[in-house]
Design a protein around this ligand. Structure first.
Ligand code: ZN
Length: 271
């Protein structure tokens, strides 16, 4: 279990994850002009950082206990509204109105097991044609670097090889990742049409190969978003990527990740 502390300041945003033994699991700060950006963009950026941090905590097997937000100003705690923050020039910003969508029994978020091809391959979950069968790392390797398929290489190394091959212009690797990007966009469009997230953050191997899958995914998303351009959210690679230091202790666990739960819909605050 870990608590997440978020901080908005005039010239930076910060996120810190601390477990119950007060060990710091995540400590990240980025320069950000919250005055110039305004409340909406600053909260959006903080939401992105928080979403990435939550994803990494969950990947490391750490459950989120709670989230606190520190703002330099006068806060109406019951409503979660910043009444006045003079250094930020903010007034009446409802910063805590968002909430994590867990579902009535806490089982929401299994986007990787949305059936996108009912007659497709059997998924690891035993069902057929889950999104994960279209875009999981094993599928990407089969499509883009089949000579690596079936080997027991570390997923991070597999992602690195994929990246090396697309960077070198290997036609099969480019075509394979383009197809992955297409299905990724289809999956994200389902989530966007249902949840209208502010941002989609990619972790795991997607973060490594993002430049080669995101453009295609964005094209697919644009063609499938019911609400059109207004609902299109950016698809970004997690700043934590595949190699976050905090995951060292969880390396054994993370080596088994091929799942789409590496894709975190950022529905923490800004949905
Ligand atoms: Zn499945």
């Amino acid at each position: 279990m870990a608590d997440l502390g978020l901080e908005i300041n005039a010239n930076y945003l910060a996120v810190r994850g601390v477990d119950l033994a007060e060990r710091v699991l995540i400590d990240r700060r980025i320069g950000f002009d919250s005055v110039q950006a305004g409340a909406s963009r600053a909260v959006g950026e903080l939401t992105r950082l928080a979403g990435e941090a939550i994803t990494e905590l969950e990947r490391a097997g750490t459950r989120l206990a709670g989230i606190g937000v520190a703002v330099p100003g006068i806060v109406d705690v019951p409503s979660g509204t910043v009444r006045y923050a003079p250094n930020l020039l903010w007034q009446d910003v409802p910063i805590a109105e968002g909430r994590l969508l867990r579902g009535s029994d806490g089982f929401s978020g299994e986007i990787g097991h949305i059936p996108v091809d009912p007659y497709g391959q059997t998924c690891g979950c035993g069902r057929s044609g889950c999104l994960e069968t279209k875009i999981g790392l094993a599928t990407a390797v089969r499509a883009a670097a089949p000579d690596m398929a079936g080997t027991s290489r570390d997923p991070e190394e597999q992602a690195r090889v994929l990246l090396q091959r697309v960077e070198a212009g290997h036609p099969q690797a480019l075509a394979g990742l383009d197809e992955i990007g297409r299905w990724l966009g289809i999956g994200i469009s389902i989530a966007v049409n249902m949840l209208n997230p502010g941002t989609t953050v990619l972790g795991g191997y997607f973060a490594t190969v993002a430049p080669y899958v995101v453009p295609t995914a964005m094209r697919e998303l644009r063609s499938r978003a019911i609400a059109g351009e207004a609902a299109i959210c950016p698809i970004t690679a997690s700043a934590f990527g595949f190699t976050a230091d905090l995951l060292e202790a969880a390396a054994q666990r993370s080596t088994h990740y091929e799942h789409l739960d590496q894709l975190a819909l950022e529905h923490l605050l800004g949905i």
